[in-house]
Design a protein around this ligand. Structure first.
Ligand code: KG4
Ligand code: ZN
Length: 336
C-alpha cells in the first residue's frame, strides 16, 4: 500500500512516499525563503510558491523512488488547519491527481501528522503516549490513545511557543524563522541576572500562555543598547523560560496520567535544549522519550503520507468531496 503525502499548510512544500510494508520510500521539501524579508509568512506569496513548486517536487520524488504514478494507492494531503490559500493548492492538486489515477484522496489533519511523526523513526512510540505538540501555531499536551483518539489536556490560551520564539526573534533582530535563530544566539549566551517569567507554572493545570513573554522580553531589551552580547543573553533567557515552562507542564502531565511514553512533536521539538531537558526529566520519571529527526519535527510531507497510510489501512476513504478546513480543532478528529 503506497501513499503519496502532500503538505502545504504554511510556507513549506513537503511531499513524501510511504509504503505500509517497507516504510518511508522518499521525501522532499522546499522551504520558502522569500518570507524572511517580511519577518513572517505572507499567505498570498506562500500560495503562489506552492503552485510553482509542488508538481516539480512530486516529479522529482517519483523519480528518486523510481516508481510511476500508477504505483500509488492513495494520495493524502493536509486539509487543515493552516492558511486557506496554501491548503487549497495541496488539496486541489491531490484531488485532481487522485481523480485522474482513479484512487482515493484523504484529507489529513496537520496536527495528527505532527503527533504521529515520531512513529516514522526506528523504535518509534507505540500507542498510548503523552504528547507535547509545540509548533508555530499550536502548543498543547495531548493524551494519544490511538489513531484519531486525541484528548487535549492543556493548550495555549494565546500565543504558541513557536510564536514566542518568532516574535521575540523579531524584537532581537535575529530574523525569521525565530526558533533556530534564537537557539543559535543562545549558544553564545549563558545564565545572567535576567530571569524571564515561566507563565502559569505557579498555579495548577496544564494550560499555557506565551504572549506575556514577548512583552517581558521587549521591556528587558529596552534596558540597554542591543549589542551581540546582550542579544545572546536575552536569547538564552528566553529559551530557558520557554523550555522550563514546557518541561514543568510535561512533568505535571506525566505524573497525573501515569503515561510511560512521552513524545515531542512540532517545529519547536527540533530545539536541542528542550530535548536535553525533557531527556533529563523523563529519565528521572522512568519515562521513554521519543521525537522525530529535526526535519520531521518541522512541517514535512512524510508525516502526512504516514497518517494517510494508517487511515487508509483502517478503511478510510474520503469520497470525492473537495474541502479544506483552515480552522479545524484537533478535538473534532475521529478514528477512521
Ligand atoms: O511545525 P512547524 O514547522 O510549523 C507549524 O505547524 O507551525 O513549526 C514552526 C515553528 C516556528 O515557530 C519555528 O520558529 C519553530 O517551529 N522552530 C524552532 C526550532 N526550529 C523550528 N523553535 C525552537 N528551536 C528550534 N530549533
Ligand atoms: Zn506544523
Amino acid at each position: 500500500m503506497l501513499v503519496l503525502g502532500i503538505e502545504t499548510s504554511c510556507d513549506d512544500t513537503g511531499v513524501a512516499l510511504y509504503d505500509r510494508d517497507t516504510g518511508l520510500r522518499a521525501h522532499a521539501l522546499y522551504s520558502q525563503i522569500g518570507h524572511a524579508a517580511f519577518g513572517g509568512v505572507v499567505p498570498e506569496l506562500a500560495s503562489r510558491d506552492h503552485i510553482q513548486k509542488l508538481l516539480p517536487l512530486i516529479d522529482a520524488l517519483m523519480r528518486e523512488a523510481q516508481l510511476p504514478m500508477t504505483a500509488l494507492d492513495a494520495i493524502a494531503y493536509t486539509a487543515g488547519p493552516g492558511l486557506a490559500g496554501a491548503l487549497l493548492v495541496g488539496a486541489a492538486l491531490a484531488r485532481a491527481l487522485a481523480f485522474s489515477l482513479g484512487i482515493p484522496a484523504l484529507g489529513i489533519h496537520h496536527l495528527e501528522g505532527h503527533l504521529l511523526a515520531p512513529q516514522l523513526e526506528a523504535h518509534g512510540p507505540e500507542f498510548p503516549f503523552l504528547a507535547l505538540l509545540v509548533s508555530g501555531g499550536h502548543t498543547l499536551i495531548a493524551d494519544v490513545s490511538g489513531l484519531g483518539r486525541y484528548t487535549i489536556l492543556g493548550e495555549s490560551r494565546d500565543d504558541a511557543a513557536g510564536e514566542a520564539f518568532d516574535k521575540s526573534a523579531k524584537v532581537l533582530g535575529l530574523g525569521y524563522p525565530g526558533g533556530p535563530a534564537v537557539s543559535r544566539a543562545a549558544q553564545q549566551g549563558g545564565p545572567s541576572a535576567l530571569r524571564l517569567p515561566r507563565p502559569l507554572t505557579d498555579r495548577p493545570g496544564l494550560e499555557f500562555s506565551f504572549s506575556g513573554l514577548k512583552t517581558a522580553l521587549v521591556l528587558a531589551a529596552k534596558e540597554a543598547p542591543l549589542d551581540e552580547e546582550r542579544r545572546a543573553m536575552l536569547a538564552f533567557a528566553l529559551q530557558e523560560a520557554i523550555v522550563d515552562t514546557l518541561a514543568i507542564k510535561c512533568r505535571r502531565a506525566l505524573i497525573a496520567t501515569g503515561h510511560k511514553r512521552l513524545v515531542i512533536a512540532g517545529g519547536v521539538g527540533a530545539n536541542q535544549r528542550l530535548r536535553e531537558r525533557l531527556h533529563k526529566d523523563s529519565e528521572e520519571l522512568g519515562v521513554a522519550l521519543h521525537y522525530p529527526r529535526p526535519a520531521f519535527c518541522t512541517d514535512n510531507g512524510a508525516m502526512i503520507a504516514y497518517a494517510g497510510c494508517l487511515r487508509l489501512a483502517k478503511g478510510q476513504t474520503d469520497g470525492g468531496a473537495f474541502g479544506i478546513r483552515p480552522r479545524w480543532p484537533l478535538s473534532e478528529l475521529t478514528p477512521p
